[in-house]
Design a protein around this ligand. Structure first.
Ligand code: ADP
Ligand code: AMP
Length: 224
């Protein structure tokens, strides 16, 4: 299984789409899952709503339970990609226990390293299609026509938590809490990439990492 690690705006969702289509594995973003719960007005969505709007982290118990329910779905049996999880050391320990109980190897961790100035600029120009989830950027990867999705012509939206004051809090949460997850993984299958380059260059480096691990059993469902 693959784990994409990095601050908000580092390109995890963008690279997740590349990896998922290359390996034909499900891409699981805990942020997307929480936003879906919020939209459906479920008890979990209501419990997470205030925390997400303020840029903090949703409690480990809520996120872990939600994630396990997803990982137990049959499509995750042959491997999966995680985007935005784990965000705390306690979540990382929880994931390790889950994997080892199922005799699954530890993750290949890909860390997208991007400086804060780029993150803020990227996030303020991020737009997303509410229908298919495709991620755009008005500066770096604009849609072909106005602010409409290239695939289904749905008007693109800006995430509510992409407002600058909330973004600052999200970056603070990354620095104060999530950054510690990096040292949790550095002894294992850990790759730090310069994510401050065009998305295609980052994808090419990720492709090389996936090829290195092909056939190792770590990347299951490998289809290179
Ligand atoms: P994350 O999932 O880590 O929050 P996203 O994949 O949503 O990050 O990317 C944040 C914004 O930056 C999006 O608007 C995306 O189109 C843009 N982006 C992603 N990768 C790059 C890149 N390598 N260079 C410039 N912009 C990028
Ligand atoms: P993201 O889409 O990954 O940027 O996540 C959006 C928001 O969802 C974050 O700012 C958090 O409030 C919440 N969130 C997503 N994933 C997690 C997680 N693994 N742990 C705690 N909160 C999370």
């Amino acid at each position: 299984m693959i784990l994409l690690f990095g601050p908000p705006g580092s390109g995890k969702g963008t690279q997740a789409a590349y990896i998922a289509s290359r390996l034909n594995i499900p891409s699981i973003s805990t942020g997307d899952m929480l936003r879906a719960e919020l939209q459906l007005g479920t008890p979990l969505g209501s419990a997470a709503s205030a925390v997400i709007s303020s840029g903090g982290l949703v409690s480990d118990d809520l996120v872990n339970d939600m994630l396990v329910a997803r990982l137990l779905q049959p499509d995750c049996r042959d491997g999966f990609l995680l985007d935005g999880y784990p965000r705390t050391v306690s979540q990382a320990v929880f994931l390790d226990t889950f994997l080892s109980r199922r005799k699954m190897p530890p993750p290949i961790v890909i860390h997208l390293d991007v400086p804060e100035e780029s993150l803020i600029s990227r996030i303020s120009s991020r737009r997303q299609c509410p229908t298919c989830g495709r991620i755009y950027n008005l500066l770096h990867n604009p849609p072909k026509l106005d602010e409409l999705c290239d695939l289904d012509a749905t008007p693109l939206v800006r995430r509510k938590d992409d407002q600058e004051d909330v973004v600052r809090e999200r970056l603070r949460a990354f620095d104060e809490i999530t950054r510690m997850v990096e040292s949790y993984y550095t002894g294992g299958c850990y790759h730090k990439l310069d994510g401050d380059r065009p998305a295609k260059e980052v994808s090419a480096d990720i492709g090389k990492i996936l090829s290195q691990h092909a056939g190792s059993g770590i990347v299951r469902g490998e289809a290179v």
